[in-house]
Design a protein around this ligand. Sequence first.
Ligand code: FAD
Ligand code: FES
Length: 367
Amino acid sequence: MITKVLLDIAIMSAIGVILALLMVIAQRWLSNYGELSININGKRDITVIGGNSLLSSLSEKQIFLPSACGGRGTCGACKCKVDEGGGPVLPTEKPLLSKAELVGNIRLSCQVKVKNNVKIQIPDSIFNIRKYQTEVVEILDYTYDTKGITFKLLDEQTIDFKAGQYVQLESKPYEKVKQKAIRAYSISSKPSLQNRLQLIIRQVPEGICTTWVHKHLKVGDKVSFTGPYGDFFLRDTDADIIFVAGGSGKAPIKSILEHLAETGTSRKMSYFFGARTVRDLYLTEEMQAFEKVFENFEYVPVLSHPEPGDGWTGKTGFVMPFFKDAIRDPQNTEAYLCGSPGMIAAVTKSLKEYGVPEGKIYYDSFG
Ligand SMILES: Cc1cc2nc3c(=O)[nH]c(=O)nc-3n(C[C@H](O)[C@H](O)[C@H](O)COP(=O)(O)OP(=O)(O)OC[C@H]3O[C@@H](n4cnc5c(N)ncnc54)[C@H](O)[C@@H]3O)c2cc1C
Ligand code: FES
């Protein structure tokens, strides 16, 4: 009896192993799409091995579409027009595509798998995005959870970017994290420093990339990133400017101000920086120093939760009531916002109520 039971178990196990093997073989066979072509803008063909996402197939050929969430289908930054060969739109794409985008064949390139020859359209500016190898040359502790990290570009490379743009940093595997992660970080240094750049990175609890940066990254480490990306940069007009930032959202505004300090401006500028407590403030003296550099600039830190021991005598609450007074002509005001999605939504709503045109409100949402 026992022998029969053992025999049955052995037969069932053998069938299980054979089925698993057949599935692996079938999957390999089914996902073996061979060499396929991606036609770009009707001009250029590249050959890729099928089966990978459109985003990663392009990046293997050194064509880097923005991918702020690292291909997780949550940021929508990787959109591109797929005219042919993209297959049906996936449920993972729909929440991030508008009706007009769906009709216009816009797709999330991180979700589209290359299984056929594909025809796509991408802006020419994408071809300026490169991959850079760098070495960490300085790590500064700005607050208990925010670091300023300077990278030197290796191999005599230089980077051209507009103040306000971002790069995508590639973290390395560590501890239980077995894969690299790619995340977006705004450049906080000025564009004229072409062979080095600084990022300001705030630790997100349990965050893959920020934990690597805060707990593992050291001076001398080699790090790669791609860039520059994004349309968050200063428009060349004479309009008044409202800057609003929270936390590490200070990074691109710092770059813009350092750039303006070099090139000169007489524009009226007000900068509101929102933080919880005194512990969350940083680079305050550097920002206040710009009040002496520019003719018409004010830096206004606002604390939402000052602690009794902080001795804070400055502005408290949310930033919204304070920037109303700084708007002298709403139609001739541009706003540049950077930080959490919640802050950006609340500030945008107030700006529109104060009469600032929606088309003049520019932002980078760090969510
Ligand atoms: C255009 C752009 C520019 C950016 N610039 C900067 C910058 O200059 N400095 C900077 O520090 N960050 C910046 N970010 C945010 C950054 O890209 C990462 O999202 C962030 O650092 C978290 O990465 P992570 O791998 O550590 O966390 P993940 O492992 O991706 O996330 C862990 C968890 O935290 C949540 N989470 C993710 N991001 C945040 C967040 N910012 N706050 C709270 N919870 C979060 C996630 O939903 C998830 O549940 C920028 C984002 C964008 C889109
Ligand atoms: S890379 Fe973020 S949605 Fe595709």
